[in-house]
Design a protein around this ligand. Structure first.
Ligand SMILES: [Zn+2]
Length: 181
């Protein structure tokens, strides 16, 4: 994960409930458009179906929702039928289904996921027309899983983490209490 990604995830974590403000700094296409800069399209670069907004690109986009669903079922958490938004994620609404010692981890997982989706979206925006199909069908889920483990081992330096065990069952990891800080 490069510096930009770490910074984003760390600021979201630090600002807690104001994470929304951090995310609002991301330049989505519709925002750029209202500033009067001439760009070819304001449709979501991933699904090209609706105008891009932050809620759409990070959660509601069908392509992104698929990743959220996958990630939730990886944790054994049911994805809400009515969908969800940032406030739910930031308020840790879904943590109630997770053992308490893993709340911070699960929350971090959500933040890293949003970062990865954002990075994927940027790759899509900047890729050549002939590459867009390939980039758009990339499965970023595996990348998210390994990046999250990297984030956790930085966040909880005293813990011992194993990628295989983590992927099989994320709840099996035990970040030590000392490592939380
Ligand atoms: Zn979309």
């Amino acid at each position: 994960m490069e510096a930009g990604g770490w910074n984003l995830v760390c600021s979201m974590e630090l600002e807690g409930k104001s994470s929304r403000a951090v995310l609002d700094r991301l330049p989505v296409l519709t925002k750029i458009d209202t500033r009067g800069i001439d760009i070819p399209a304001v449709l979501c670069p991933l699904c090209e179906e609706v105008p891009e907004s932050l809620d759409h690109i990070l959660i509601a986009c069908p392509k992104v929702k698929l990743i959220w669903r996958k990630s939730f079922s990886w944790w054994g958490v049911k994805f809400p039928d009515g969908g969800m938004d940032f406030t739910d994620v930031i308020n840790g609404l879904f943590c109630q289904h997770i053992p308490s010692h893993l709340h911070k981890v699960f929350q971090g997982v959500c933040f890293v996921r949003m970062w990865a989706v954002w990075k994927w979206r940027n790759k899509m925006v900047h890729s050549r027309v002939e590459d867009k199909l390939v980039v758009g069908s990339e499965d970023i889920f595996a990348l998210i899983q390994s990046n999250i483990l990297l984030w956790i081992s930085n966040r909880f330096p005293k813990g011992k983490f194993n990628l295989k065990a983590w992927i099989t069952n994320p709840s099996s990891i035990h970040p030590t209490v000392d490592g939380v800080g």
